[in-house]
Design a protein around this ligand. Structure first.
Ligand SMILES: NC(=O)c1ccc[n+]([C@@H]2O[C@H](COP(=O)([O-])OP(=O)(O)OC[C@H]3O[C@@H](n4cnc5c(N)ncnc54)[C@H](O)[C@@H]3O)[C@@H](O)[C@H]2O)c1
Length: 167
């Protein structure tokens, strides 16, 4: 006959309290565990305090705000031939530039050169994104305050533009 009743080898009061495989009945181990929890909590609190004190924690990105005297230009296809030169010209002339490119054709090296030439915060940001995705485009426009758009993103080689004009 099957016996579904519990067969207690030890009385309840003598069994050690086991949680997650740890034996909490031993006071030394209990202290050790409490110490570790306290240490983890203290470290977490310290991390939060340090993060909150960092200058970028609460301040919004300069790219998300319109700033008087600063024109923010979205350069699509800015990793490409024409777009990267346009971005360079804009940056040299003091504009704030956001490049959006999916790197399907362009060269991330061109963007890196621009980032090295204009490292100041709020001058140049690069967003890796596909402009063929309307949701992504909406998010980019929600999160950034553009004053102008220069649209160079394209699949524009002569051969393919005649072979597959709708791409
Ligand atoms: N190169 C020329 O001499 C020339 C002359 C006149 C006009 N144009 C026009 O300028 C534009 C750019 O030409 P280019 O020579 O710089 O081309 P390019 O291929 O060098 O640059 C196009 C950029 O667009 C990006 N891109 C393509 N599809 C994308 C997408 N869905 N989302 C995000 N990024 C995307 C590519 O990754 C690439 O970096 C085209 O419309 C072209 O017809 C070019």
């Amino acid at each position: 006959m099957l016996n579904f009743g519990r067969n207690r080898a030890q009385p309840r009061s003598n069994r050690p309290l086991s949680l997650g495989g740890m034996d909490y009945s031993d006071p030394k181990r209990k202290n050790n565990v409490v110490g570790k929890i306290l240490l983890a909590a203290t470290l977490t609190a310290l991390c939060i305090i340090m993060l909150k004190q960092s200058p970028t924690f609460n301040s919004p990105s300069p790219f998300s705000l319109h700033e008087e005297g600063m024109t923010h230009v979205l350069v699509t296809g800015g990793a490409g031939y024409i777009g990267s030169h346009a971005a360079m010209r804009l940056l040299k002339d003091g504009y704030r530039v956001t490049i959006v490119d999916n790197l399907s054709r362009g060269n991330i090296g061109a963007v890196k050169v621009l980032q090295e030439l204009f490292p100041e915060p709020g001058r140049l940001q690069f967003i890796y994104a596909d402009l063929g995705d309307p949701k992504t485009v909406n998010i980019i426009f929600q999160q950034n305050a553009f004053d102008a758009v220069m649209h160079f993103a394209a699949v524009a080689y002569v051969g393919e533009s005649t072979m597959n004009p709708l791409k």
